[in-house]
Design a protein around this ligand. Structure first.
Ligand SMILES: Nc1ncnc2c1ncn2[C@@H]1O[C@H](COP(=O)(O)OP(=O)(O)OP(=O)(O)O)[C@@H](O)[C@H]1O
Ligand SMILES: [Mg+2]
Length: 266
């Protein structure tokens, strides 16, 4: 039998029933798979359910119908083999850099053993923050703080890494730099990555595939294979097909009048 995919969104419906307000249908008939060690980006208009699908996959919420599967098993609770990097790094400013990286273990087990501490330092080396382990969080730049968030997500060596617009708070230069850093890390430590972004070039530079969602309720509108050779670099963006693909995705995203009015895609 063929191995199950790393991730399978299987007929997902997500309806939020607000207290006293009309229910919000966030996702409908959502169906796609991600293979092991594939890098897949999700693009879609604001409010179409991107963060919701990440929270479903992380086991933080349960779908109204359908099933989210990780390696063939339904996701019912948060799992150690799924790491998450949020839009804001959500670090604890009163802890040092290394203590932030090892915090998930402290939270789970009450203490951090030598092996996890060692692994924390290794992850800081991987994100090039080895010299900053004992610094306080507010001594770091925004990009460096985001790297701490990545190191923390990698601490338990998850098979799956979920990233929700992780670089959107950074300036354009740091953003390009972090994209290349992420490619390097992914190359050194292959992971299955589900990456949410509003940036079409970022999705094209990083991904094997791009899932384009419709406006709410979100469903898969396009599933696009990104053909550029790896390893990729900023040179990849000079490939004439890069601009062609970016334009065609942009046209698809903005072909609906609601999206055209909403804007917001880079
Ligand atoms: N806990 C919740 N309770 C009620 N409604 C919610 C909840 N979480 C999300 N929603 C609604 O579900 C829809 C999808 O939200 P979600 O955060 O997934 O969108 P998104 O695609 O990530 O948007 P953005 O690009 O702006 O981050 C929105 O209309 C939102 O208001
Ligand atoms: Mg979101």
């Amino acid at each position: 039998m063929q191995n199950p995919p790393a991730i399978h969104f299987n007929g997902i419906e997500q309806v939020f029933k607000g207290a006293g307000s009309a229910p919000i249908h966030a996702l409908t008939a959502l169906d796609f798979t991600v293979g092991r060690h594939e890098f897949v980006s999700v693009l879609g208009p604001s409010g179409c359910g991107k963060s919701t699908l990440l929270r479903l996959l992380a086991g933080l919420i349960q779908p109204s119908a359908g099933q989210v599967e990780v390696f063939g098993n339904p996701v019912t609770t948060p799992r150690d083999d799924v790491g998450i990097v949020f839009q804001k790094p959500t670090l604890l400013p009163w802890l040092s850099v290394i203590d932030n990286v090892t915090f998930p273990i402290k939270h789970k087990q009450g203490r951090v053993g030598e092996a996890h501490r060692k692994r924390g330092y290794e992850m800081l080396d991987l994100v090039r923050l080895g010299d900053f382990a004992d610094k306080q969080i507010d001594e770091l730049s925004g990009g460096m703080q985001q790297r701490v968030g990545i190191a923390r997500a990698l601490l338990l060596d998850p098979d799956i890494l979920l990233m929700d617009e992780p670089f959107s708070a950074l300036d354009a230069l740091s953003r390009d730099e972090m994209s290349l850093e992420l490619l390097r890390i992914w190359h050194e430590r292959p992971k299955t990555v589900l990456f949410i972004t509003h940036s079409i070039p970022e999705a094209l530079l990083l991904s094997d595939r791009i899932i384009v969602l419709s406006e709410r309720p979100g469903t898969v509108r396009d599933d696009i294979i990104v053909p550029f050779d790896r390893p990729r670099s900023l040179e990849t963006m000079a490939d004439p097909r890069f601009n062609e693909m970016a334009n065609s995705i942009r046209r698809r995203l903005f072909s609906h009048p609601v999206n055209a009015a909403a804007g917001g895609m880079a």
